[in-house]
Each structure stands twice: as C-alpha cells, then as structure tokens.
Design a protein around this ligand. Structure first.
Ligand SMILES: [Zn+2]
Length: 432
C-alpha cells in the first residue's frame, strides 16, 4: 500500500453517503480498501508506506471542474463587467494575442488555484494545449478538450487536421505511434495524467461538418466531446433567423453571412437533432453541453431523451447577467448535471465551493447535496473516472458537523482549510 489515511468523516464517491472513523488504503491510482470504524485498533504504522493521521477531517471526492479555459487565466480581473457576450468576445480575442509568457504565467497561477480549492480533476477547453505542462506538473487528472471552430463547412477538414497536428505534437509519443521506427528523434514530452478530447466551439461559430468530424472522432475513440450551447438569447436569434448582434459579431471575424438566413432551429435542437443525433446512445455523459442557459421546453425533452452531461457555470452566468439558470427543469430531465467555473475572464476564482455558493444564491431551494454531487461524482461520470479512483479532497472538519449535510453546509459556511488532496493516488496538496 502507498498511503494509509485516517479521517473522522468520509463521503463515499459512489453513494455519497457518510461513514465515520475511516481508514483509507491507497494503492497506485486507486482506493484499495475503506476500513470503517473499529476494524483497526492502534496506529496506522505498518498499514502502508506513507501515513496521514488527520483526525477531525472530512474526506470527500475531489472537485471536478467540468468546464474552464485555463489559457484565458491571464485575463483575471482584466475584463470589465457588464459586457454582453458578443462585446466580450472581441476583448478575449485581443487577450489571446498577448505574449505567451503572460499566458503561461496565468495558467500556472490558475492551476495553483485549482489545487488549493480541492479540485482534483479538470476538463479544460484548450486552443493550443498550453495548459498541458502546468496541469501535469501539479498532478491534476486532466483532459484537454481541443477547441476547433469555423462557420464555413468547406473548411471543416482543415480545422480537424489542425486539431490532429496538435494531438501529434503534444500528446502522442512518436515511440507509441511508430515503435522502433521512431528512432530517437523529436517527440513530445509525456505529460502524465493529461489526456485529450474534442471541443467544437459552439453552433453559431462552428459548422455541422466540423461538429460531425469532432463527434465521430470522440465517439470512435471513447473520448469526451464538449461544446457551448444556448449560452445567450442573441445566439439563439442568430441560429433561428440569422439576425441580431451575432451577425456583425461573426462578420468582424471575416465570416461571409450574405446568404445565411438562420438554421430555423435553436442550438440544442441542432446539436441533439441532425448534427450529433447519429452518434447518440440512450445516455451520453461524455457529451458535455456547457451553459444551456436558454434551453426551452422542447430542448428539455431532447435533453431528457439523450441524457448528456449538462454543465452550469454559476459565477460566469452571473457575470453576464443571464436569466436565472433553469435548475428545476434541468434536474427533471435526468441529465448528468455537472458544474464548471468557465474562465477567469468571466469569473473571480476557480474554487468549486464558490460555484456552489453562487448556485445556492440563485436557486435558494436547491439541495446543497445535489450541487456537491454535481461538483464531484457527476463530474467523475462525465470524465470516465473510476469509482475507486483515489481523487480525494480532505478538509478540516467544519465546527460541530456530525451528519453529511452538516459537514457540506459547514464547508460552504466556514471555508475550512484543505488538509490534503490526492489525484490519481498522488498527493498533490498537503497542509503543514
Ligand atoms: Zn466556455
């Protein structure tokens, strides 16, 4: 055994129920055994190579951030509030042109924020794989969803080839691809714990052809496909009729809209209908639809049928001043509800407790335990993380917490220190 960890309170990553006086035995990337109260007397010595006797502590599944853009982290506190999305977009494009050293420094800070907030896994939408090194160095289980976009369907193949070149350059070792023929020539560095996925940007910016290429690859390789959907009313107007502020927004990026009169459908109808329909199974947790702020009645029926993962980003939602997120309607669809932070260009932080607090401020009657599940074990489902993965966050026990819900509410109210965190069985954070 690699680690023996003793805590007073433990929340199971499958049932989400609480056990008391628990010793966890970690072997490699997994929790090999959970020993509950009274089964072991005496100390931890002898149970594993390393021991952590944390006493009054709450161990729970680490947070899973199901949507962020770490390569925009250098824009933290640089973007004025109150912009509409189509006004914010050009600011972000300007931000992407800033020097690579600034972008790298922003990512480094952001990954530290993730770790210190008890996040152990992240689904990061990435334009060029810039976050790869920092995520691997800090030990987070990570998937980089490589972003592609392009309104013109005739350029879809070229956009996909660009994604493939990124995969070849950043992820696939020549020795894996070519065996001994690879020789000793240039090959990307192996980034432990970081894998790739696919992210066509959004229905207003990305053609059906490019969605099909991305989804085909994701489906064929058993990988995540994630995309933005129904984020704004203006986006939906553009998709329906080709009108509204998104038309000049797109035109400024050189998109020719002279013959575009809209698709006559909203984004969720396109995605869960013709565009991705051929690949949909009975449940689709690896299809992560982000925002879905303006899902309407017909969309909820489609979501209930396809059961994708639906990702709410509560603080980014508030940043843009959107209508209240349709929490009850989404819950009723039976979709796999997950939470994300979105980027620091539309958020004040990357801690998932902050997202849960914002969600509860917006939907006061939401059950905090359901939000905690969304921020942890539902994210694990979206990211194909094993039930027994040793991805754990261990917090100082909130004052007076006895039951699970008291402990969770205490986390929100007291902001207790993070005592330790494991990702893939590796200790990635530790208090002294
Ligand atoms: Zn996003």
């Amino acid at each position: 055994m690699d680690y023996a960890v003793r805590v007073s309170h433990y929340i199971d990553p499958v049932t989400f129920e609480l056990s008391r006086d628990v010793i966890l035995l970690i072997s490699g990337e997994h929790v090999a055994e959970v020993i509950t109260s009274g089964e072991v007397s005496g100390g931890l010595a002898g149970l594993a190579k390393n021991t952590l006797d944390l006493g009054d502590a709450l161990c729970m599944p680490g947070f899973v951030n199901a949507h962020c853009h770490l390569d925009l982290s250098h824009l933290w506190r640089q973007v004025p509030q109150g912009l509409k999305f189509h006004e914010w977009g050009p600011v972000i494009m300007a931000g992407r042109a800033l020097p690579p050293s600034m972008i790298a420094a922003g990512i480094e800070d952001a990954v530290r924020m993730l770790v210190s907030g008890g996040t152990t896994s992240v689904l990061d939408v990435s334009v060029a794989g810039d976050s790869l090194g920092a995520l691997s160095r800090h030990g987070l289980r990570s998937v980089l969803a490589l972003e592609s976009l392009g309104f013109d369907g005739s350029r879809a193949e070229a956009a996909m080839q660009h994604v493939d070149s990124l995969i070849r350059d950043r992820f696939v070792l020549e020795s894996d691809r070519l065996g001994k023929d690879a020789g000793t020539g240039a090959s990307p560095v192996a980034h432990d714990g970081v894998d790739y996925a696919f992210s066509p940007h959004a229905t207003f910016s990305t053609s059906q052809q490019l969605y099909e290429l991305n989804m085909g690859r994701a489906f064929g390789e058993g990988r995540i496909c994630t995309t933005h959907a129904a984020e704004t009313t203006e986006e939906e107007e553009f998709l329906l009729h080709g009108t509204g502020p998104y038309a000049p927004f797109m035109a400024q990026f050189g998109v020719d809209l002279s013959s575009f009169k809209g698709y006559g459908a909203r984004s969720m109808e396109l995605l869960l209908g013709d565009w991705l329909g051929p690949w949909l199974k009975a449940e689709n947790p690896n299809l992560v639809l982000v925002h879905c702020n303006y899902a309407r009645q017909a969309d909820f029926a489609l979501i209930a049928q396809a059961k994708p993962s639906i990702c709410w980003c509560p603080r980014s939602h508030a940043f843009f001043g959107h209508e209240p997120w349709p929490w009850q309607e989404m819950l009723a669809t039976g979709a796999n509800l997950v939470l994300g932070t979105d980027s620091l260009a539309s958020n004040t932080g990357l801690d998932m407790l902050g997202e849960i607090r914002q969600a509860l401020a917006t939907v006061p009657d939401a059950d905090p335990a359901i939000l905690f599940r969304a921020a942890t074990i539902k994210g694990r489902i979206a990211m194909n993380i094993a039930d027994n993965a040793a991805d754990l966050a261990i917090w100082s026990l909130p004052e007076g917490a006895s039951t699970r819900d008291e402990a969770l509410n205490g986390l929100l109210a007291d902001n207790p220190p993070l005592l330790a965190a494991f990702s893939r069985g590796k200790l990635i954070a530790r208090s002294i």
